[in-house]
Design a protein around this ligand. Structure first.
Ligand code: LLP
Length: 433
């Protein structure tokens, strides 16, 4: 049983290991760039959260958008995990992984008729409905198909964490998500009697990552006020979905522990007669994965030095899109080099400052700016840490770059869970004649 660890990526005798496997051995067989995930770390973070929220009637619905590989979903499903989805494609992934569809919640502002039908027929647990018009449409389709379902209204509580990037704030007024909290009561009144759609849930997702429990407390406080009002009007609310956003440790100690989030939330929700859903994505998968890339060339540009690598923004777009900072370090250390501290500002003695850049024709194609690393040479492997959430899933084929392989490590064994794409994969969907 693991203690409260960040992940199972550790240097052993100067070589980075994922659990008991040297990542260099994986690179030698599979090539680079490659995503490497630790099964033990995935399970560890799932179990840590379940334990932290055990005093409530909690269902964890892992947010598939963070890391959707069906082999990872299978592993989580085996733990008893449910899933938060945002598209029919994600539902298909959950089904392919053998996930329990009755533990699936479906958010998203733009559900199509076809996706609603697909989800009704799959018997998902709950629709997280984001507007009055969507609720009308869900009601119409459910009646047509004669399938009963449950829904929660996604309410926008108008709270946010100032540390969250503006692109991923969702719980503030005037974002496209949910229904303004001051309009929500009317929606419950209007749709509370639907014969096919039981509107007995309330959903919140305030953004991600959220670096403190405070915004959750604020949002839940407002939600409980609304739930009281709805119940006093004779309607039932049985479920509260408090969304995701629990931060991962991009740097050691950067983020609250599961218990720090859970304590105030449990105190607020205990004895409220509510089933609680949480939708963590990055908390479970972020630290469970690295992107491993190889140095192709070193180069100077004015006063700057560059390490040009075979991974790029097409593999990990977070630094380019959100100025996100991932810790990056060589996977193999020289004899005299100690294991690094997981801090962006960590500087080894004799280090050299470099920008780590990919080969895409965009100046924003940078994986890390101004990092002080041991001197690098062609062929060295670099690990980009905390890349298990919003890494592979956001990758693209821009510049006709086949997407990377994904590997899952379990103890001393490992397997490819997504093969590297080929040039054929790039063009297959265009062979239309
Ligand atoms: N639930 C809903 C309704 C969401 O929209 C999201 C994330 C989550 C749960 C999970 O959030 P998490 O626990 O993973 O923080 N691409 C961005 C993140 C976008 C998040 C979108 N929604 C990034 O790389 O940081």
């Amino acid at each position: 049983m693991l203690l409260n660890i960040m992940d199972r990526f550790e240097y052993k005798n100067g070589t980075l290991h994922c659990e008991d496997v040297s990542v260099a051995d994986i690179a030698a067989e599979v090539g680079t760039p490659v995503y490497i995930y630790s099964a033990d770390t995935l399970r560890h973070h799932y179990r840590t959260l379940s334990k932290a929220f055990a005093d409530l009637d909690t269902t964890i619905c892992y947010s598939v958008k963070g890391l959707g590989n069906i082999n990872v979903l299978k592993l989580l499903a085996a733990e008893g995990c449910g899933f938060d989805i945002v598209s029919g494609g994600e539902l298909a992934r959950v089904q392919a992984a053998g996930g329990d569809t009755s533990r699936v919640v479906f958010a998203g502002v733009a559900k199509t008729d076809q996706e609603i039908q697909q989800a009704l027929q799959a018997g998902i647990g709950m629709f997280n409905v984001e507007s009055e018009e969507e609720l009308e449409n869900l009601s119409r389709i459910a009646a047509e198909l004669e399938i009963k379902t449950h829904a929660a209204l996604r309410v926008n509580p108008d709270v946010f964490d100032p540390k969250t990037h503006t692109y991923t704030v969702t719980g503030k007024k005037e974002t496209k998500f949910g229904v303004d909290i001051d309009r929500a009561f009317e929606v419950y009144k209007c749709f509370g009697q639907d014969p096919y759609v039981t509107l007995d849930g309330l959903d919140l997702h305030i953004g991600s990552p959220i670096y403190s429990p405070k915004p959750y407390e604020d949002a839940i406080g407002k939600a409980l006020g609304l739930i009281g009002e709805i119940r006093s009007a004779g309607m039932e609310i049985n479920v509260i979905d408090i969304g995701g956003g629990y931060a991962a440790d991009y740097e050691t100690g950067k983020s609250p522990a599961a218990t720090e989030y859970a304590q105030p939330i449990v105190a607020l929700l205990k004895d409220q007669g509510l089933r609680v859903i949480i939708e963590p994505g990055r908390f479970i998968s972020c630290n469970s994965g690295i992107l491993l890339t190889r140095v192709l060339y070193g180069k100077k540009g004015g006063e700057k030095r560059f390490a040009i690598v075979d991974g790029a923004m097409t593999d990990l777009i977070r630094p380019a899109l959100y100025q996100a900072e991932h810790f990056i370090y060589p996977a193999q250390l020289g004899e005299d080099q100690p294991s690094p501290e997981r801090k962006i500002t960590f500087e080894p003695t004799g280090g050299v400052k470099v920008d780590i850049v990919g080969g895409v024709c965009e100046s924003s194609d940078v994986l890390g700016y101004g990092r002080v690393l041991p001197p690098l040479k062609r062929g060295d492997l670099l690990a980009v840490f905390s890349a298990g959430a919003y890494g592979f899933v956001m990758s693209s084929q821009y510049n006709a770059r086949p997407r990377a392989a994904e590997v899952l490590v379990e103890g001393a064994s490992w397997r490819v869970i997504r093969r590297r794409e080929t040039y054929e994969d790039l063009m297959q969907a265009e062979m239309c004649d």
